[in-house]
Design a protein. Sequence first.
Length: 236
Amino acid sequence: MHAVILAGGKGSRLRPFTFTIPKPLVPIGDVPIVEILIRQLAAQGFTRATVSVGHLASLIQSFCGDGEAWGIPIDYVYEDEPLGTVGSLALIEHFDDDRVVVVNGDTLTDMSFANAYRSHSTDDAATICANNRSVSIDFGVLDIDENDILVGYSEKPTLNYLVSMGTNVLSVDAVRRHLTPGERLDIPDLIARFRAAGERVRVFHPDAYWLDLGRLDDLETGTQVFTANPERFLQP
């Protein structure tokens, strides 16, 4: 099983931490984010991790090395210019399998990446891993018709959404068909290409904890959750 960790961003939302260290090396407790992901992949049976690097790439490569410390081979692709959240996949010359798990390098989750990998069918172009999120509105929400006549009034409703976890399983053939080396592309745009081409995209909905660590307040929350129970995320 092959996974790609996206670690090339500048992490501007985590400044001042990311002025001197890349976002994937920001610690959660005393463990860098990227180490948590690598150890999870190794424990779940993945046989290769490719790390896509750009900003402060040498620091990430120096820390992760060849993966021997965690029992999983690690290789790298380098973004000379930012290629978005999926463009770097076109730089990978060889994939080990007919599918690949792609995970954002600022993800804290206890989901099984291996289960997501196994759930994917190569008849589909992509499988998007999803999580429930609720948004509370602090106002009365009005629903009107085309004549501005009130048809509904909800006081401080809670809206429920199914959101992307920043982890996707992609069929390698679909990646080869729709990505061009050197092209900047984000995952929503790739998904739109798949759908425009009539290719199927499925959603995988694990019962799992998930947090995007891209903001300082989320980093603080993630640190509290991780340090309270590290075994939830890492095998002892």
